[in-house]
Design a protein around this ligand. Structure first.
Ligand SMILES: Cc1cc2nc3c(=O)[nH]c(=O)nc-3n(C[C@H](O)[C@H](O)[C@H](O)COP(=O)(O)OP(=O)(O)OC[C@H]3O[C@@H](n4cnc5c(N)ncnc54)[C@H](O)[C@@H]3O)c2cc1C
Length: 400
Protein backbone atom coordinates (compact mmCIF):
# COMPACT_ATOMS: atom_id res chain seq x y z
CA UNK A 1 0.00 0.00 0.00
CA UNK A 2 1.19 3.54 -0.82
CA UNK A 3 1.49 6.14 1.92
CA UNK A 4 2.32 3.73 4.73
CA UNK A 5 4.78 4.93 7.34
CA UNK A 6 6.22 3.67 10.60
CA UNK A 7 5.78 7.12 12.06
CA UNK A 8 3.66 10.11 11.06
CA UNK A 9 4.18 13.47 12.76
CA UNK A 10 1.34 15.99 12.43
CA UNK A 11 2.57 19.58 12.69
CA UNK A 12 5.77 21.38 11.76
CA UNK A 13 6.56 23.69 14.68
CA UNK A 14 9.16 23.35 17.41
CA UNK A 15 7.43 20.39 18.97
CA UNK A 16 7.45 18.53 15.64
CA UNK A 17 11.14 19.28 15.28
CA UNK A 18 11.85 18.04 18.83
CA UNK A 19 9.81 14.91 18.17
CA UNK A 20 11.56 14.15 14.89
CA UNK A 21 14.98 14.76 16.40
CA UNK A 22 14.19 12.49 19.39
CA UNK A 23 12.96 9.72 17.08
CA UNK A 24 16.08 9.97 14.90
CA UNK A 25 18.23 9.73 18.02
CA UNK A 26 16.61 6.42 18.96
CA UNK A 27 18.86 4.90 16.27
CA UNK A 28 16.31 2.56 14.70
CA UNK A 29 15.51 3.11 11.03
CA UNK A 30 11.96 4.34 10.59
CA UNK A 31 10.06 5.44 7.53
CA UNK A 32 8.77 8.81 8.68
CA UNK A 33 6.24 11.26 7.20
CA UNK A 34 5.46 14.75 8.45
CA UNK A 35 2.30 16.73 7.72
CA UNK A 36 3.17 20.41 7.81
CA UNK A 37 -0.23 22.11 7.97
CA UNK A 38 -1.13 24.73 5.43
CA UNK A 39 0.36 28.22 5.56
CA UNK A 40 -2.94 29.61 4.34
CA UNK A 41 -4.89 28.01 7.18
CA UNK A 42 -6.86 30.56 9.13
CA UNK A 43 -8.79 30.10 12.35
CA UNK A 44 -11.03 32.91 11.12
CA UNK A 45 -12.28 30.98 8.10
CA UNK A 46 -11.97 27.43 9.31
CA UNK A 47 -13.37 27.91 12.80
CA UNK A 48 -15.50 31.09 12.60
CA UNK A 49 -17.41 30.31 15.80
CA UNK A 50 -14.24 29.84 17.80
CA UNK A 51 -12.67 32.91 16.25
CA UNK A 52 -15.66 35.07 17.17
CA UNK A 53 -15.63 33.80 20.71
CA UNK A 54 -11.98 34.67 21.01
CA UNK A 55 -12.53 38.14 19.63
CA UNK A 56 -15.47 38.78 21.91
CA UNK A 57 -13.40 37.52 24.76
CA UNK A 58 -10.73 40.03 23.67
CA UNK A 59 -7.89 37.84 24.74
CA UNK A 60 -6.19 37.35 21.45
CA UNK A 61 -5.14 40.84 20.49
CA UNK A 62 -1.55 41.24 19.53
CA UNK A 63 0.63 44.20 20.38
CA UNK A 64 0.40 45.29 16.76
CA UNK A 65 -3.28 46.10 17.32
CA UNK A 66 -4.37 43.66 14.66
CA UNK A 67 -6.54 40.68 15.30
CA UNK A 68 -4.40 37.64 14.91
CA UNK A 69 -4.78 33.97 14.26
CA UNK A 70 -2.27 33.43 16.99
CA UNK A 71 -3.66 30.17 18.22
CA UNK A 72 -2.81 28.31 15.07
CA UNK A 73 0.32 29.50 13.32
CA UNK A 74 -0.49 27.28 10.33
CA UNK A 75 3.11 27.55 9.35
CA UNK A 76 6.35 25.66 9.29
CA UNK A 77 8.52 26.41 12.28
CA UNK A 78 6.95 27.59 15.55
CA UNK A 79 9.44 30.44 15.74
CA UNK A 80 7.42 32.53 13.35
CA UNK A 81 5.54 33.97 16.30
CA UNK A 82 8.43 34.46 18.68
CA UNK A 83 8.85 37.95 19.86
CA UNK A 84 12.37 37.25 18.93
CA UNK A 85 14.67 37.34 21.86
CA UNK A 86 13.29 35.20 24.56
CA UNK A 87 14.85 31.77 24.63
CA UNK A 88 16.60 32.54 27.89
CA UNK A 89 17.46 29.02 28.69
CA UNK A 90 17.51 27.57 32.14
CA UNK A 91 21.25 27.26 32.64
CA UNK A 92 20.89 25.02 35.67
CA UNK A 93 19.14 22.19 33.81
CA UNK A 94 21.88 21.65 31.33
CA UNK A 95 24.23 20.48 33.98
CA UNK A 96 22.39 17.18 33.59
CA UNK A 97 24.33 14.81 31.34
CA UNK A 98 21.41 13.56 29.25
CA UNK A 99 20.55 17.00 28.00
CA UNK A 100 23.90 17.86 26.45
CA UNK A 101 23.41 16.37 22.98
CA UNK A 102 19.91 17.74 22.49
CA UNK A 103 21.01 21.06 23.88
CA UNK A 104 23.84 21.35 21.44
CA UNK A 105 21.58 20.34 18.50
CA UNK A 106 18.90 22.87 19.40
CA UNK A 107 21.41 25.65 20.10
CA UNK A 108 22.98 25.15 16.70
CA UNK A 109 19.68 24.69 14.89
CA UNK A 110 18.12 27.82 16.35
CA UNK A 111 21.43 29.69 16.07
CA UNK A 112 21.10 30.61 19.70
CA UNK A 113 23.19 33.54 20.81
CA UNK A 114 23.20 33.62 24.55
CA UNK A 115 22.65 36.97 26.21
CA UNK A 116 25.43 38.70 28.14
CA UNK A 117 25.50 38.57 31.91
CA UNK A 118 25.00 42.16 33.06
CA UNK A 119 25.35 41.52 36.77
CA UNK A 120 24.40 39.06 39.50
CA UNK A 121 23.42 39.41 43.15
CA UNK A 122 22.65 37.28 46.17
CA UNK A 123 19.71 38.64 48.13
CA UNK A 124 18.52 36.68 51.18
CA UNK A 125 18.35 33.12 49.91
CA UNK A 126 17.91 34.03 46.27
CA UNK A 127 20.41 34.09 43.40
CA UNK A 128 19.61 36.82 40.94
CA UNK A 129 20.99 37.08 37.43
CA UNK A 130 20.53 40.01 35.09
CA UNK A 131 21.21 39.26 31.41
CA UNK A 132 20.64 40.85 28.09
CA UNK A 133 18.20 38.64 26.14
CA UNK A 134 19.20 35.52 24.26
CA UNK A 135 18.60 35.74 20.54
CA UNK A 136 17.66 33.24 17.91
CA UNK A 137 16.60 32.99 14.28
CA UNK A 138 13.00 33.78 13.47
CA UNK A 139 10.42 34.43 10.79
CA UNK A 140 11.47 33.59 7.21
CA UNK A 141 14.86 32.33 8.19
CA UNK A 142 13.39 29.81 10.61
CA UNK A 143 10.79 28.61 8.09
CA UNK A 144 13.54 27.83 5.57
CA UNK A 145 15.64 26.05 8.14
CA UNK A 146 12.80 23.89 9.42
CA UNK A 147 11.70 23.05 5.87
CA UNK A 148 15.19 22.00 4.79
CA UNK A 149 15.67 19.77 7.84
CA UNK A 150 12.26 18.13 7.50
CA UNK A 151 12.78 17.52 3.78
CA UNK A 152 16.09 15.81 4.45
CA UNK A 153 14.83 13.53 7.21
CA UNK A 154 11.30 12.52 6.14
CA UNK A 155 8.57 12.61 3.51
CA UNK A 156 6.69 15.91 3.66
CA UNK A 157 2.99 16.48 3.05
CA UNK A 158 2.17 20.17 2.70
CA UNK A 159 -1.41 19.52 3.72
CA UNK A 160 -3.73 19.84 6.67
CA UNK A 161 -4.71 16.73 8.60
CA UNK A 162 -8.49 16.81 8.98
CA UNK A 163 -9.14 13.74 11.05
CA UNK A 164 -7.72 10.51 12.39
CA UNK A 165 -9.51 7.23 12.07
CA UNK A 166 -7.62 4.28 13.55
CA UNK A 167 -4.19 4.44 11.95
CA UNK A 168 -5.42 6.50 8.99
CA UNK A 169 -4.96 10.25 8.78
CA UNK A 170 -7.33 12.00 6.38
CA UNK A 171 -5.87 14.98 4.57
CA UNK A 172 -7.63 18.01 3.12
CA UNK A 173 -7.02 16.79 -0.46
CA UNK A 174 -8.93 13.59 0.38
CA UNK A 175 -5.74 11.50 0.47
CA UNK A 176 -5.19 9.32 3.48
CA UNK A 177 -1.96 8.16 4.97
CA UNK A 178 -1.29 5.29 7.34
CA UNK A 179 0.93 5.65 10.40
CA UNK A 180 1.86 2.75 12.64
CA UNK A 181 2.57 5.41 15.25
CA UNK A 182 1.14 8.93 15.05
CA UNK A 183 2.50 11.96 16.92
CA UNK A 184 0.24 14.96 17.47
CA UNK A 185 2.35 18.13 17.31
CA UNK A 186 -0.26 20.47 15.83
CA UNK A 187 -0.31 23.22 18.47
CA UNK A 188 -3.30 23.89 20.72
CA UNK A 189 -6.13 24.29 18.23
CA UNK A 190 -4.79 21.83 15.66
CA UNK A 191 -4.38 19.14 18.32
CA UNK A 192 -7.81 19.83 19.83
CA UNK A 193 -9.46 19.46 16.41
CA UNK A 194 -7.73 16.17 15.72
CA UNK A 195 -8.67 14.83 19.16
CA UNK A 196 -12.29 15.80 18.47
CA UNK A 197 -12.12 13.75 15.28
CA UNK A 198 -11.37 10.70 17.46
CA UNK A 199 -14.29 11.37 19.80
CA UNK A 200 -16.61 14.33 19.20
CA UNK A 201 -18.19 14.17 22.65
CA UNK A 202 -15.21 15.56 24.49
CA UNK A 203 -14.38 18.98 25.90
CA UNK A 204 -11.02 20.35 26.98
CA UNK A 205 -9.15 22.26 29.61
CA UNK A 206 -5.66 23.67 29.32
CA UNK A 207 -3.35 26.01 31.20
CA UNK A 208 -1.32 29.07 30.31
CA UNK A 209 0.98 31.32 32.29
CA UNK A 210 -0.50 34.50 33.66
CA UNK A 211 2.18 37.15 33.97
CA UNK A 212 1.73 40.42 35.84
CA UNK A 213 3.25 43.77 34.98
CA UNK A 214 4.84 46.39 37.25
CA UNK A 215 5.87 49.91 36.42
CA UNK A 216 9.15 50.52 38.25
CA UNK A 217 11.58 53.38 38.49
CA UNK A 218 15.32 53.32 38.98
CA UNK A 219 17.92 55.88 38.07
CA UNK A 220 20.71 53.33 38.50
CA UNK A 221 20.59 50.71 35.82
CA UNK A 222 20.33 52.69 32.63
CA UNK A 223 23.55 54.53 33.37
CA UNK A 224 25.47 51.63 34.81
CA UNK A 225 24.72 49.08 32.12
CA UNK A 226 24.22 51.16 29.01
CA UNK A 227 20.75 49.79 28.47
CA UNK A 228 20.26 52.20 25.60
CA UNK A 229 21.65 49.59 23.28
CA UNK A 230 19.51 46.74 24.63
CA UNK A 231 15.87 46.31 23.84
CA UNK A 232 15.17 44.68 27.17
CA UNK A 233 16.84 43.17 30.21
CA UNK A 234 16.14 39.74 31.69
CA UNK A 235 16.16 38.98 35.40
CA UNK A 236 16.08 35.35 36.52
CA UNK A 237 15.59 34.62 40.21
CA UNK A 238 16.72 31.19 41.46
CA UNK A 239 16.32 29.67 44.91
CA UNK A 240 19.36 28.57 46.88
CA UNK A 241 18.98 25.12 45.32
CA UNK A 242 19.06 26.53 41.81
CA UNK A 243 15.33 26.13 41.22
CA UNK A 244 13.95 28.92 39.04
CA UNK A 245 11.41 31.01 41.00
CA UNK A 246 10.72 34.12 38.92
CA UNK A 247 11.42 35.22 35.39
CA UNK A 248 11.19 38.94 34.72
CA UNK A 249 11.58 41.00 31.66
CA UNK A 250 12.48 44.68 32.01
CA UNK A 251 11.40 46.86 29.11
CA UNK A 252 12.74 50.40 29.27
CA UNK A 253 9.58 52.42 28.73
CA UNK A 254 11.12 54.54 26.01
CA UNK A 255 11.75 51.50 23.83
CA UNK A 256 8.17 50.39 23.66
CA UNK A 257 5.10 51.30 21.81
CA UNK A 258 2.78 52.19 24.64
CA UNK A 259 -0.08 50.33 23.15
CA UNK A 260 1.46 46.99 24.02
CA UNK A 261 0.55 47.64 27.63
CA UNK A 262 -2.82 49.23 27.15
CA UNK A 263 -4.70 46.04 26.36
CA UNK A 264 -8.20 46.71 25.15
CA UNK A 265 -8.05 50.43 26.07
CA UNK A 266 -5.90 50.98 23.02
CA UNK A 267 -9.03 51.07 20.89
CA UNK A 268 -10.20 54.20 22.67
CA UNK A 269 -7.11 56.18 21.68
CA UNK A 270 -6.57 58.12 18.45
CA UNK A 271 -4.25 56.28 16.04
CA UNK A 272 -1.35 58.74 16.13
CA UNK A 273 -0.96 58.20 19.89
CA UNK A 274 -0.68 54.48 19.35
CA UNK A 275 2.35 55.01 17.16
CA UNK A 276 4.15 57.16 19.74
CA UNK A 277 7.05 55.87 21.69
CA UNK A 278 7.30 57.32 25.16
CA UNK A 279 10.61 58.86 25.94
CA UNK A 280 11.06 58.57 29.67
CA UNK A 281 14.38 57.36 30.90
CA UNK A 282 14.68 55.20 33.99
CA UNK A 283 11.14 53.84 33.93
CA UNK A 284 10.66 50.16 33.18
CA UNK A 285 7.73 47.95 32.62
CA UNK A 286 8.56 44.64 34.25
CA UNK A 287 6.65 41.65 32.98
CA UNK A 288 6.92 39.03 35.71
CA UNK A 289 6.22 35.33 35.59
CA UNK A 290 6.05 32.94 38.56
CA UNK A 291 5.75 29.17 38.56
CA UNK A 292 2.29 29.30 40.13
CA UNK A 293 0.81 32.20 38.23
CA UNK A 294 -1.38 30.22 35.90
CA UNK A 295 -4.69 30.59 34.08
CA UNK A 296 -6.84 27.59 33.43
CA UNK A 297 -9.14 27.60 30.41
CA UNK A 298 -12.11 25.34 29.89
CA UNK A 299 -13.23 24.91 26.31
CA UNK A 300 -16.79 23.63 26.07
CA UNK A 301 -18.56 23.45 22.71
CA UNK A 302 -16.07 25.97 21.34
CA UNK A 303 -16.56 28.65 23.99
CA UNK A 304 -13.89 29.42 26.53
CA UNK A 305 -14.01 30.09 30.27
CA UNK A 306 -11.00 31.31 32.16
CA UNK A 307 -9.98 30.99 35.80
CA UNK A 308 -6.85 32.84 36.86
CA UNK A 309 -4.57 32.14 39.73
CA UNK A 310 -2.15 34.99 40.42
CA UNK A 311 0.72 34.22 42.70
CA UNK A 312 1.72 36.85 45.20
CA UNK A 313 5.05 38.26 44.13
CA UNK A 314 5.97 39.54 47.60
CA UNK A 315 9.42 37.95 47.52
CA UNK A 316 10.10 39.80 44.31
CA UNK A 317 9.08 43.10 45.93
CA UNK A 318 11.80 42.52 48.51
CA UNK A 319 14.27 41.98 45.69
CA UNK A 320 13.16 45.26 44.08
CA UNK A 321 13.78 47.11 47.34
CA UNK A 322 17.29 45.79 47.71
CA UNK A 323 18.06 46.64 44.10
CA UNK A 324 16.75 50.20 44.50
CA UNK A 325 13.90 49.64 42.13
CA UNK A 326 10.74 51.49 43.13
CA UNK A 327 7.47 49.90 42.17
CA UNK A 328 4.88 52.49 41.16
CA UNK A 329 2.00 50.18 40.37
CA UNK A 330 1.17 46.69 39.27
CA UNK A 331 -1.50 45.33 36.96
CA UNK A 332 -2.66 42.17 35.28
CA UNK A 333 -2.66 42.56 31.49
CA UNK A 334 -5.52 41.23 29.50
CA UNK A 335 -3.81 38.92 27.06
CA UNK A 336 -2.80 35.34 26.56
CA UNK A 337 0.73 34.21 27.12
CA UNK A 338 0.90 31.30 24.67
CA UNK A 339 2.61 28.83 26.98
CA UNK A 340 -0.12 26.29 26.61
CA UNK A 341 0.27 23.15 28.67
CA UNK A 342 -1.57 20.54 30.73
CA UNK A 343 -4.12 19.75 28.02
CA UNK A 344 -6.85 17.61 29.56
CA UNK A 345 -9.85 15.90 28.09
CA UNK A 346 -13.21 16.36 29.79
CA UNK A 347 -15.32 13.29 29.28
CA UNK A 348 -18.42 12.43 31.32
CA UNK A 349 -17.56 15.41 33.55
CA UNK A 350 -14.18 13.88 34.42
CA UNK A 351 -10.80 15.33 33.45
CA UNK A 352 -8.12 12.99 32.16
CA UNK A 353 -4.71 13.66 30.64
CA UNK A 354 -4.53 13.75 26.87
CA UNK A 355 -2.16 10.78 26.69
CA UNK A 356 -4.39 8.71 28.98
CA UNK A 357 -7.32 9.51 26.71
CA UNK A 358 -5.28 8.43 23.69
CA UNK A 359 -4.17 5.22 25.35
CA UNK A 360 -7.82 4.37 26.02
CA UNK A 361 -9.03 5.28 22.52
CA UNK A 362 -6.14 4.68 20.15
CA UNK A 363 -2.88 3.52 21.65
CA UNK A 364 -0.95 4.23 18.42
CA UNK A 365 -1.34 7.99 18.87
CA UNK A 366 0.78 10.03 21.26
CA UNK A 367 0.87 13.74 22.10
CA UNK A 368 4.44 14.73 23.06
CA UNK A 369 5.81 18.04 24.29
CA UNK A 370 4.76 20.94 26.42
CA UNK A 371 1.08 20.83 25.50
CA UNK A 372 0.60 17.51 27.28
CA UNK A 373 2.87 18.25 30.25
CA UNK A 374 1.34 18.96 33.63
CA UNK A 375 3.82 21.44 34.98
CA UNK A 376 6.08 23.88 33.27
CA UNK A 377 8.22 26.45 35.00
CA UNK A 378 8.08 30.21 34.56
CA UNK A 379 10.87 30.45 31.95
CA UNK A 380 9.92 30.91 28.26
CA UNK A 381 9.15 27.29 27.55
CA UNK A 382 10.14 26.43 24.05
CA UNK A 383 13.87 25.82 24.25
CA UNK A 384 13.79 23.83 27.49
CA UNK A 385 10.82 21.91 26.36
CA UNK A 386 12.33 20.99 23.06
CA UNK A 387 15.20 19.34 24.90
CA UNK A 388 12.93 17.49 27.32
CA UNK A 389 10.78 16.13 24.49
CA UNK A 390 13.62 14.86 22.34
CA UNK A 391 15.47 13.36 25.33
CA UNK A 392 12.26 11.59 26.39
CA UNK A 393 11.55 10.17 22.92
CA UNK A 394 15.10 9.02 22.42
CA UNK A 395 14.78 6.87 25.55
CA UNK A 396 11.12 5.89 25.59
CA UNK A 397 9.94 5.70 21.97
CA UNK A 398 9.67 1.92 21.95
CA UNK A 399 7.67 1.72 25.16
CA UNK A 400 5.00 4.24 24.07
C1 LIG B 1 2.96 35.69 19.76
C2 LIG B 1 3.71 34.55 20.40
C3 LIG B 1 4.95 34.80 20.95
C4 LIG B 1 5.67 33.75 21.54
N1 LIG B 1 6.90 34.02 22.06
C5 LIG B 1 7.62 33.03 22.63
C6 LIG B 1 8.90 33.27 23.14
O1 LIG B 1 9.41 34.37 23.00
N2 LIG B 1 9.58 32.25 23.73
C7 LIG B 1 9.06 31.01 23.84
O2 LIG B 1 9.71 30.13 24.38
N3 LIG B 1 7.82 30.73 23.34
C8 LIG B 1 7.11 31.71 22.76
N4 LIG B 1 5.86 31.46 22.26
C9 LIG B 1 5.33 30.12 22.43
C10 LIG B 1 5.88 29.22 21.35
O3 LIG B 1 5.64 29.80 20.09
C11 LIG B 1 5.19 27.88 21.49
O4 LIG B 1 5.46 27.34 22.75
C12 LIG B 1 5.71 26.91 20.46
O5 LIG B 1 5.55 27.47 19.18
C13 LIG B 1 4.91 25.62 20.53
O6 LIG B 1 5.36 24.78 19.52
P1 LIG B 1 4.41 23.68 18.85
O7 LIG B 1 5.22 23.02 17.82
O8 LIG B 1 3.77 22.88 19.91
O9 LIG B 1 3.20 24.46 18.19
P2 LIG B 1 3.14 25.54 17.04
O10 LIG B 1 4.37 26.34 16.96
O11 LIG B 1 1.83 26.20 17.30
O12 LIG B 1 3.05 24.69 15.70
C14 LIG B 1 1.90 23.98 15.35
C15 LIG B 1 2.17 23.36 14.00
O13 LIG B 1 1.12 22.47 13.67
C16 LIG B 1 0.70 22.70 12.33
N5 LIG B 1 -0.71 22.27 12.27
C17 LIG B 1 -1.75 22.75 12.97
N6 LIG B 1 -2.87 22.08 12.64
C18 LIG B 1 -2.53 21.16 11.73
C19 LIG B 1 -3.23 20.14 11.02
N7 LIG B 1 -4.54 19.95 11.19
N8 LIG B 1 -2.55 19.37 10.16
C20 LIG B 1 -1.22 19.53 9.99
N9 LIG B 1 -0.49 20.45 10.66
C21 LIG B 1 -1.14 21.25 11.49
C22 LIG B 1 0.96 24.16 12.09
O14 LIG B 1 1.14 24.39 10.72
C23 LIG B 1 2.26 24.37 12.87
O15 LIG B 1 3.36 24.00 12.10
C24 LIG B 1 5.13 32.46 21.60
C25 LIG B 1 3.88 32.20 21.02
C26 LIG B 1 3.18 33.23 20.40
C27 LIG B 1 1.86 32.92 19.74
Amino acid sequence: MKNVYDIVIIGSGLNALATLYGILQSKKKYKIALITGKPSFSVKYNHPKLFNDLINFKKILSHKSTLNDLFLPGNIGGLVFFWGEQCNVNEQNYLKKNYFKSKSFVSKFLELKKGKRLFERKIDNLNIFFNSPDRTIKNKQSILKFKKYFQKKCVLYHREALSIDGNFIHLDNKDKIFGKKIFLCAGLIGTINLLRSINNKIDFSFKDHSPKIDLVYSSKYNQNYKLDSIYSMICKVYSKRNKIKFYNKFYPVRSLEILFFLGKFKFLLPKFILRLKINIKNFYFVQKWGNNSISEYTLKDFSIKKKTNIEDFKKLDKVYNKLNLFKLFSFKPNFLNFHFHCLKIIINKKKISVNKFLKMNNSNIYCPGMLSQNKINCLPPSFDNFIKTSTFLKKKLNSL
